[in-house]
Ligand binder design. Structure first.
Ligand SMILES: CC(C)(COP(=O)(O)OP(=O)(O)OC[C@H]1O[C@@H](n2cnc3c(N)ncnc32)[C@H](O)[C@@H]1OP(=O)(O)O)[C@@H](O)C(=O)NCCC(=O)NCCS
Length: 190
């Protein structure tokens, strides 16, 4: 996919009315297969979902979580930064497109770019990293396309459906992201 052809998305703060979408997505096993939240796994009850959203809004859980909105205003997922280390200037990123109709069309990459911009400029981070299960091919492809590089395998890092699964740790540095933006600018001029 050409990076210039990415769909436009915006990130906005979460709202309590997001609970309905988030609850629906948490019941979709295809969406949640590779997801876990601190100390718990989907599906969540509507009450648990509301509690989580409230914590994100009030910023009491250490998450900078934002809603992903398409150009026509549709709420399709979320993206967040957590484990924010302000001394070493890095943070862990998480992302999900909850509406499967929007998978594989570049929305993940586009939302990722928007969150990287936020992390590297507003939060002044130097590195953004993530952990992805080794069999989550779609996510790995999306991250590679964005410019993430491998940092190594975290062995048996997740206990999923009764078995341990390896996770790949990937990251992108601020100067690498800036180079990508420059390349995009050059490509547009050229
Ligand atoms: C991971 C996720 C955010 C990626 O977003 P997305 O919008 O679907 O991804 P993109 O369109 O940006 O890129 C997906 C890439 O995977 C490819 N792809 C699509 N379906 C695929 C599949 N079933 N298997 C492998 N690759 C696939 C696409 O072709 C694209 O690669 P390309 O650009 O080289 O063609 C999204 O799929 C998702 O929310 N999945 C469920 C939750 C999840 O796993 N989150 C990540 C946890 S680490």
């Amino acid at each position: 996919m050409d990076i210039k052809a990415l769909p436009i998305v915006t990130l906005r703060e979460l709202r309590m009315e997001d609970v309905e979408d988030r609850y629906r997505w948490s019941l979709d096993k295809e969406v949640t297969k590779h997801l876990n939240l601190p100390d718990t796994y989907p599906p969540f009850t509507k009450e648990e979902t509301a509690k989580w959203i409230e914590m994100c809004i009030n910023k009491t859980n250490g998450y900078e979580q934002k809603a992903i909105i398409t150009e026509d205003g549709t709420h399709i997922g979320w993206v967040d930064l957590k484990n924010i280390d302000t001394f070493n200037k890095h943070a862990e990123l998480g992302i999900a497109i909850g509406d499967r109709n929007h998978w594989g069309k570049g929305y993940g990459q586009s939302a990722m770019m928007a969150m990287l911009e936020y992390g590297f400029t507003t939060l002044a981070l130097n590195k953004i990293w993530l952990r992805v299960e080794v069999d989550n091919e779609q996510a790995i492809k999306s991250y590679q396309r964005t410019g993430y590089v491998d940092e190594g395998i975290l062995r048996q890092d997740r206990y999923r459906d009764g078995e341990y699964v390896d996770r790949l740790r990937m990251s992108i540095l601020k100067h690498e992201f800036e180079n990508i933006l420059k390349e995009m600018g050059l490509a547009e001029r050229g």
